[in-house]
Ligand binder design. Structure first.
Ligand SMILES: O=C(O)[C@@H](CO)OP(=O)(O)O
Length: 325
């Protein structure tokens, strides 16, 4: 379920970011393109984007690819609506699937990123994030097959080995990491959010849900969640970006809040008003050791907006349209 609780100040700072400059990203991949001045239509095809990537032998991942470019794309997606989002229950590490609406959100998110090359996918170990990643990839122009790597035992690894190099090239490895799981919500898991606010007070519950340091009873604070999620990002995901691999991460409201806090250098105060919508992909470009936020692509052939939530995305889109008329 999506909520928008950004403070006015935070909204101001986000909507003031310049629209997604897909042109810069594509230029950097040497993609020839034409812009229609109105909606910055990108006429480069997905295959042109993809063809600018060269596959190379992998390090430890079976289907790893390497690009000529010194830039890499990072896509973050919070999973689509889950059955407990729909019921307004605290979910945390309880493994709940998507609703039909959530399935639709994941597909829509996939359409928005269908032109952006993806070499590697990281998801949490929870089904709602994995469903989102897989459904999003059904929309990808390149039609590569996402394959979950099973490295949990020697047998699991050997039994899932792919013997054709050609088939491997047409695949995208999906790495499952529990460190990207939703924060553990402790004794709130399974409780109704509205009833909990009535019982403990709105302020207390907001503190449990959005503060940085304060953990919910017997659960993880955002700070504790960040310790594992950001450490995993730094140790496992950043090096892939640094070697030119385009990465998609499908994860959760709070594990992604902690990663965005790290990427956008937000303070513990600023992160309190950061709330992510389900199914809004966010694009970053990693270049020269730095992360540049590029926005939430509006559609595969259109420039995007920088917005964490659906409402902000629509608002920004209207502003862009008005300024072009
Ligand atoms: O219940 C949860 O696990 C999370 C995400 O849905 O909720 P909240 O918005 O309170 O962080």
């Amino acid at each position: 379920m999506a909520t928008t609780t950004m403070s006015h100040q935070a909204i101001g700072s986000i909507v003031s970011h310049r629209p997604f400059k897909a042109s810069l990203f594509l230029e950097s991949l040497n993609v020839p393109m034409k812009f229609s001045p109105k909606r910055f239509k990108i006429e480069a095809t997905a295959s042109q984007v993809i063809d600018n990537t060269v596959l190379s032998p992998s390090k430890n991942k079976p289907f790893e690819s390497k690009k000529r470019s010194n830039e890499a794309a990072l896509i973050l997606i919070r999973h689509g609506e889950s059955l407990w989002n729909e019921k307004n229950l605290f979910t945390g590490c309880v493994d709940v699937p998507l609703t039909q609406k959530g399935v639709g959100e994941a597909i829509e998110a996939g359409k928005k990123i269908s032109n952006i090359p993806v070499d590697l996918i990281f998801t949490s170990s929870l089904i709602r994030a994995q469903m989102t990643a897989m459904l999003a990839m059904t929309q990808h122009r390149r039609k590569k097959v996402p394959i979950i790597l099973h490295n949990e035992s020697v047998k699991a690894k050997t039994w899932s080995h792919v013997f054709s190099e050609e088939t491997r090239k047409q695949s995208i490895p999906v790495i499952v990491a529990w460190q990207l799981n939703e924060r553990m919500y402790g004794e709130l898991q399974g409780l109704n959010k509205k009833e909990t606010a009535e019982r403990y007070g709105t302020e207390q519950v907001h503190e449990w849900r959005r503060s940085y340091e304060i953990p919910p009873p017997k659960g993880e604070s955002l700070e504790m969640c960040a310790e594992r999620a950001v450490a995993y990002f730094e140790d496992n995901i950043k090096p892939e970006l640094a070697s030119g691999n385009n990465v998609m991460i499908a994860a959760h409201g709070n594990s992604l809040r902690s990663i965005i806090m790290y990427l956008d250098d937000l303070t513990s105060q600023e992160v309190t008003s950061l709330d992510l919508s389900t199914g809004i992909p966010l694009l970053y470009i990693f270049k020269d050791g730095k992360f540049m936020k590029r926005g939430s692509p509006v559609g595969p052939t259109e420039a995007g907006v920088y917005a964490y939530t659906k409402r902000l995305a629509q608002y920004r889109e209207k502003l862009d349209e008005a300024s072009l008329n």
